[in-house]
Ligand binder design. Structure first.
Ligand code: NAD
Ligand code: MG
Length: 386
């Protein structure tokens, strides 16, 4: 029996994780759950999975959640201290980091310091503070299992191989909903168009990141830290069918790839049960149903965010944190209808241009840099938004 905590249980990854837990009651027990808003779903999860601790991100939601859970044997907490209590709960062995954005930094760092293994979906953590997190993982001797489908594919493709034999990591990308949209039409696409992802059903922020291809930029940086690889060895291929989830090329010319029906339950289950494989309910792959799997290079002029991510990781420790902060603000402003789609990249680029990269020695410094990036991006949004 593995005891787990899920940070962000009401999100897309959180819900899929609980589906795996529900399918394997003999293997997994939920110790703590945390949520941002969506109290209605959260209460249903608390009743169904009976965690010892349940946490809402905002203190102001605690009284309401307490009332909704009256009579249940659960400790209700709120705020960052609550998230830390969930992340460090004594009996938890593994913490699923499934909060979206830099908000996951503090609880996930606390989980590592409490020597919990991590199943990592929250990629923004490695984007903003990759070197610090990888140092923490080493210092506290925990294991970090990728949940992101591309990184799970790479993880599965490098097992049993020497890292010095890897010549290239090839991340695949669906290309998102605007792959075939003419560049000149991108400035007028709507929020609804951008949320209409062809292959994956995900939270809103990552769905917009997929439409701008910033998601792939974040994943390049995530791969750089997870697999301790030089950025020049990480390539992106557009693969619209999302069947090959990523590949690793070796110095002898052999390429190992991982394939499957696109469903996050597969990489989540692998992270939870590693090294075992367990039933997920994911539809088996029938390659004969595909008339062709295609691959081509991304159009970086049409989708500048990917290049911005390569530029950020090459510019010094603080730049990816600034890029991520600007992206979080720009995406939320786009979702709120205050800026156009192509202004997302413009805001990120201008925020990065206003920042002189420096080193980051602690998570506190990362948070300061993150705040600076948010403020700067908000100012730019005010200037150009409507
Ligand atoms: P989501 O928006 O559906 O869910 C996010 C969860 O975090 C929710 O439970 C929400 O309530 C909580 N949350 C949001 N802001 C919070 C805050 N400030 N404090 C505390 N809790 C907060 O997002 P998602 O799609 O599940 O993605 C989660 C993470 O996993 C992201 O980093 C994303 O990039 C990554 N990821 C997601 C997918 C996917 O298929 N959804 C795939 C790969 C990676
Ligand atoms: Mg991914």
């Amino acid at each position: 029996m593995k005891n787990i905590t899920i940070l962000g249980s009401t999100g897309s990854i959180g819900v899929s994780t609980l589906e795996i837990v529900a399918a394997h009651p003999d293997r997994f027990r939920v110790v703590a759950l945390t949520a941002g808003k969506n109290l209605e779903l959260f209460v249903r999860q608390i009743k169904r999975f009976a965690p010892r601790i349940a946490v809402v991100a905002s203190h102001s939601d605690v009284p309401c959640l307490k009332e909704l859970c009256s009579g249940l044997d659960v400790t209700i907490l709120g705020g960052v201290e609550g998230l830390i209590a969930a992340a460090t709960a004594d009996e938890a062995e593994m913490v699923v980091a499934a909060i979206v954005g830099a908000a996951g930094l503090i609880p996930t760092a606390a989980a590592i310091r409490a020597r919990k293994d991590i199943a990592l979906a929250n990629k923004e953590i490695l984007v903003t503070a990759g070197h610090l997190f990888m140092d923490l993982v080493t210092e506290f001797g925990v294991r970090l299992f990728p949940v992101d489908s591309e990184h799970s594919a790479i993880f599965q493709s490098i097992e049993g191989h020497r890292s010095k034999d890897i010549s290239k990591i090839i991340l695949t990308a669906s290309g998102g909903p605007f792959l075939n949209t003419p560049t000149e039409q991108l400035s007028t696409v709507t929020v609804r168009d951008a949320l209409n992802h062809p292959n994956w059903n995900m939270g809103k922020k990552i769905t917009i990141d997929s439409a701008t291809m910033m998601n792939k930029g974040l994943e390049v940086i995530e791969a750089r830290w997870l697999f301790n690889t030089g950025i020049e060895k990480i390539q992106v291929n557009i693969h619209p069918q999302s069947i090959i989830h990523s590949m690793v090329e070796y110095i002898d010319g052999c390429v190992i790839a991982q394939l499957g029906t696109p469903d996050m339950k597969a990489p989540i289950a692998y992270a939870l049960a590693y090294p075992e494989r367990i039933a997920t309910g994911v539809k088996p792959l029938d390659l004969t149903a595909f008339s062709g799997l295609t691959f081509f290079n991304p159009d970086t002029a049409k989708f500048p965010c990917l290049e911005l991510a390569y530029r950020a990781i090459s510019s010094g420790e603080s730049m990816p944190a600034v890029m991520n902060a600007a992206n979080e603000i720009a995406v939320s402003q786009f979702l709120a209808g205050r800026i156009g789609f192509t202004q997302i990249a413009e805001i990120i680029e201008r925020t990065m241009a206003a920042h002189a990269a420096h080193s980051l020695q602690s998570i506190e410094e990362v948070l300061k840099t993150d705040l600076w990036g948010r403020e700067c991006a908000r100012e730019i949004c005010k200037e150009i938004g409507h």
